[in-house]
Unconditional design. Structure first.
Length: 95
């Protein structure tokens, strides 16, 4: 697949990237190569391939969901500048 000079200039403008004339010709060639690679990948037969969430079929090790910390709420609230009904009070920042 080929990409035109106008396409490269339009993409550069949309991306707010300044490219000079030499870069435009290099990008035209490089982007054309990338699009050719995508075409090759799309032509691969994937009919009997099952979709995967991860290429290595990795399984996440999970730990048991259990409480490991002691409840220190009262101690933390005792040193807080302001609390009320178990909540931390902070200055109003939005009207």
């Amino acid at each position: 697949m080929t990409i035109s000079r106008e396409d490269v200039e339009k993409v550069a403008m949309l991306a707010r990237i300044r490219v000079d004339e030499q870069q435009v010709s290099e990008l035209e060639k490089d982007l054309g190569n990338i699009l050719n690679l995508v075409d090759q990948l799309q032509s691969a037969n994937t009919e009997n391939t099952e979709p995967m969430a991860h290429p290595l079929d990795a399984v996440q090790k999970l730990r048991a969901d259990e409480v490991t910390e002691t409840n220190q709420r009262e101690a933390f609230q005792a040193i807080a500048p302001a609390t009320e009904a178990g909540l931390y009070l902070v200055p109003k920042v939005i009207d």
